[in-house]
Ligand binder design. Sequence first.
Ligand code: F6P
Length: 374
Amino acid sequence: MTKQVGILTSGGDAPGLNAAIRGVGKAGYETYDMHMIGFRNGFRGLMQDRTMPLPSEALSNILTLGGTILGTSRDKPHRMPIAGKTQDMTDAIVEVYHKHQLDVLVCLGGRGTQRNALRLADKGLNIVTLPKTIDNDIPLTDTTFGFDTALEIATDAIDRLHSTATSHNRIIVVEIMGHRAGWLALGAGIAGGADVILIPEIPYDAQAIADAIRARTRKGKLFSIVAVAEGALSQDEAADFEKARAEKDAATNKEEKNAARAKLIELDKHHVDNTVRLTHQLEDLTGLESRLTILGHLQRGGTPSGADRLLATRLGTVAADLINEQRYGVMVAARGLGAAPVPLAEVAANRKTVPLDHEWVTSARRMGVSFGDA
Ligand code: F6P
């Protein structure tokens, strides 16, 4: 019997999403007896029953497109803002799933999406997910689609910043996305030859960065490139966050929990301008002119790289295989040249951050790159 397959994309867009939709869809139509229905704008569109027909013709000419043809949103089934109120819309979503007589819902997204998909699986829906994010912070998968393209864009940016930094003998600070993980800044920092790389996993001391830059000046290297992950924290900030998190964990009543939550929100708000403050600090501490470039959403835009198209396509086709075998409640993880289903519950419970002894960190340190920690 024909299987009804619903597909949605959720969370921030990332290059490779359309390649993944195409991979699931083409394998579903060409190899199996499946029918695809798209839902627009993530879990919100699913809740609103906003469908987009996905016949096999709709899957042509989308492989190279950036973004997502389905649209996306950051809405969560259990906390959806509706008419000024946050509501749990999980039951409404379950109803739409059954209305369309879906055999499975395929959710393409990052960490938030994996957690939301698990909530739906816990409600009895058949779910298969794919790991999408430029942040590369999803556990149990070697990598995620979107990461390679963003890495290329950030590396290219660092390459370009080198010539202007050299010409002016300046410090150029470049802020790179990655949420609370340092993969993107670390990878692009190494690939682009940054002199200082700051990642959330290694809290920094501005004085140590300035010392490293001055040491370069003494060797006749009059410019420096500082690659900063958006989530990078000074040692003081990291201590403040740790304290607020510990207070939240230790809270014994609602008031204490809310107060700790409010503190964390305040700290997050203050963190937004962190790279601006660091750039000024480095200028003051080194006496070198300093400039800041924030790459922002540029890193998520445009054509996916060949590697991301390949990864998204092969993970997408494996999703179709799993649906055919009725293996649900799993994410399709990249494993070497292959792929493997991993339990959603395990994926949703963790974040993959950069281990301090990761070989990228070790090899950068061996080359004299400063992480601002000593
Ligand atoms: O998760 C992908 C990501 O691009 C992060 O790197 C970044 O912190 C976040 O999304 C930005 O979110 P938004 O697009 O909602 O501003």
